[in-house]
Write a protein that binds this ligand. Structure first.
Ligand code: AP5
Length: 215
């Protein structure tokens, strides 16, 4: 099963991926997580990506495409994968189509999660994440049991540097300009299903599960 989760920043792609991975035994590939790891480890790619990410801009296509090409060639992707945060431009989508074609694979489904801007700003500015295990929290909707401590691994939670309001607003602008056209792109391929990302995490997961369960 090869599936793309498409949606603006903060609609819940990472949160839903955690549930999908568990229920459908599929691996998640998050370009944002890979890039943050590269930044943390101060690699060449990380150094290049950092300036774009901090401003809420997209990392150049050629870097991302190469990164995905390498990632999906690994053996753990042999039985399929869930993409979270890729593709984000028409150029990335076209390159991905070519990669799959060369491997004799095909994309099964693109799930577009739709949430309005005001809700997104509230979700992202109050998001806190675990820098060690990647668990995602929200100060109001999903607070950790102990103040600012990860329930899973006990690390101190942090706010992502791109989750301040001004940067979130820029990320939304970038999404509308570069990523939203992918809705049309995949609709034309007959691969798109849209779900509302409003409601609690379980309600949204129920909608996504129904689609994936029918593949
Ligand atoms: P990336 O890490 O991919 O960020 P994003 O797409 O902006 O998405 P987020 O991780 O912010 O949000 P999400 O949808 O996963 O929401 P979450 O589940 O956490 O990318 C970061 C940067 O990397 C980009 O800006 C870019 O610079 C670069 N990059 C990455 N990929 C790239 C690419 N392909 N090309 C070029 N550049 C790239 O949820 C958000 C919050 O809401 C949480 O607090 C959560 O608890 C809460 N929440 C979730 N669901 C619900 C619900 N149903 N109800 C209430 N609260 C909820």
């Amino acid at each position: 099963m090869i599936v793309i989760l498409l949606g603006a920043p903060g609609v819940g792609k990472g949160t839903q991926s955690e549930n999908i991975v568990k229920k459908f035994s599929i691996i998640q590939i998050s370009t944002g997580d890979i890039l943050r790891n590269e930044v943390k480890n101060q690699t060449g790619l990380g150094e290049k990506a950092k300036t774009y990410m901090e401003k809420g801009e997209l990392v150049p296509d050629e870097l991302i495409i190469k990164m995905i090409e390498n990632r999906i060639s690994k053996t753990d992707c042999a039985n399929g994968f869930l993409l979270d945060g890729f593709p984000r431009t028409i150029e990335q989508a076209k390159s991905f189509d070519q990669m799959l074609e060369q491997k004799g694979l095909s994309l099964d489904k693109v799930i577009y999660i739709d949430v309005n801007d005001d809700e997104i700003i509230e979700r992202l500015t109050l998001r806190r994440v675990c820098p060690t295990c990647g668990a995602i929290y929200h100060l109001k909707n999903k607070p950790p049991k102990q103040d600012m401590i990860c329930d899973i691994c006990g690390s101190k939670l942090v706010q992502r540097s791109d989750d301040i309001k001004e940067t979130v607003e820029n990320r939304l602008k970038v999404f509308k300009e570069h990523t939203k056209p992918l809705i049309d792109y995949y609709e034309k391929q007959g691969k798109l299903s849209s779900v509302s990302g409003l409601g609690n995490v379980d309600e949204v997961f129920g909608r996504i599960s129904k689609i994936l369960g029918n593949l």
